[in-house]
Design a protein. Structure first.
Length: 345
């Protein structure tokens, strides 16, 4: 298992990160614990969660995932084996605090609440779950829309959040900071303000990245390279689509689509490209899920690919991706498919 630097920090994280967002909804506490055990035995040292998990978000399940991780820490005494990441919601969640966007005040409240649920004294990487000004990373949007994504005080809000995060670092409650569902311009502002004010520097960005959603390849990749803000890729299987389990209208029992009853990625554009990737994997004798995850690991900006599973077998398959080397022929096939289908979702 390769180790990658967490930005410009002294931490080194495994190239596979254990995702946890189903624990407390689709998965029980015992199943979550079993996944942590397996991941640790397999060499992982990096785990990601959020105050909003489990998904889909609700007053009944939000915070439950952190509680499951916390009970594992208490039971095993192995908090020191993990680099732990969590997140504060960006805002607009009516059952969290006062429903306001992330700011210095809500960050202090959220960190303390997460620490209590996680039964730990510190969080290694604390992230803003989505940009407080809005994000075009959700619901299939590809267009920048100033009237819905900007606010007049966006820079003041970033500075305020940095001040709040800096206070948490000084208090020893968090070690490093990151962002999620952010843009090139947004990260540039976080970096600029932090440098000017002597505040914590963003170490990572957690955005979606997979074979069918590759916006990160352009401006974000350039910023990532020059500023050492590595990508933590969520949904490397495009919500499970790249396994092929949803092809031809299939809805496996217990799957995300079965559980949530809706999934915007499934449309007339996505099925043909998924079929093309499944065919490519078959041609080369590869498991399609492992091919998809292994592809993310080839990207020069990739810090860690976040894998989520609802079963131990799924988790074993995903972790096994680190042992898969994609040939030049497979990579050429991926390039050819991407050229044909640049925007399937």
């Amino acid at each position: 298992m390769k180790l990658k630097p967490l930005g410009r920090t002294d931490l080194r994280v495994t190239e596979i990160c254990l995702g946890t967002m189903t624990w407390g909804s689709q998965n029980t506490e015992a199943e979550g614990h079993a996944q942590i055990d397996l991941a640790l035995e397999s060499g992982l040292n990096f785990m990601d969660t959020a105050e909003l998990y489990a998904v889909p978000r609700s007053p009944e399940t939000s915070g439950r995932t952190e509680e499951i991780i916390g009970s594992w820490f208490k039971r095993t005494g192995k908090r020191d084996k993990w680099i732990l990441a969590s997140k504060i919601a960006g805002g607009g969640v009516d059952f969290l605090r006062d429903n306001t966007r992330a700011n210095a005040k809500t960050i202090a409240l959220a960190v303390d609440a997460s620490l209590k649920r996680l039964q730990t004294d510190y969080i290694d990487l604390y992230q803003i779950h989505w940009a407080s000004r809005g994000s075009y990373n959700f619901d299939g949007n590809w267009d920048y829309a100033p009237h819905t994504q900007d606010t007049a005080d966006v820079l003041a809000n970033i500075e305020d959040m940095l001040e709040g995060l800096g206070a948490m670092v000084k208090a020893g409650k968090i070690r490093h900071i990151g962002v999620s569902n952010e843009t090139t311009w947004g990260i540039a502002q976080w970096l600029r303000i932090a440098e000017a004010k002597g505040l914590p520097r963003v170490a990572s960005v957690q955005n979606e990245y997979n074979l069918v959603r590759r916006q990160f390849d352009l401006d974000m990749a350039e910023l990532s390279h020059h500023e050492q803000v590595g990508l933590l890729a969520y949904s490397p299987l495009a919500g499970g689509m790249l396994t092929g389990k949803y092809q031809n209208g299939a809805v496996p029992k217990g799957s995300r689509l079965d559980y949530q009853k809706s999934f915007w990625r499934l449309n007339e554009h996505s099925e043909p490209v998924i079929a093309a990737y499944l065919d490519l994997a078959r041609q080369h004798g590869l498991d399609p899920a492992q091919m998809a995850i292994a592809f993310t690991l080839t990207r020069p900006f990739m810090m860690s690919s976040i894998i989520g599973a609802t079963s131990i077998d799924q988790l074993k398959t995903a972790i096994g991706s680190v042992d898969v080397t994609l040939s030049a022929e497979v990579l050429a096939g991926i390039d050819a498919i991407h050229r044909r289908y640049p925007r399937p979702i």
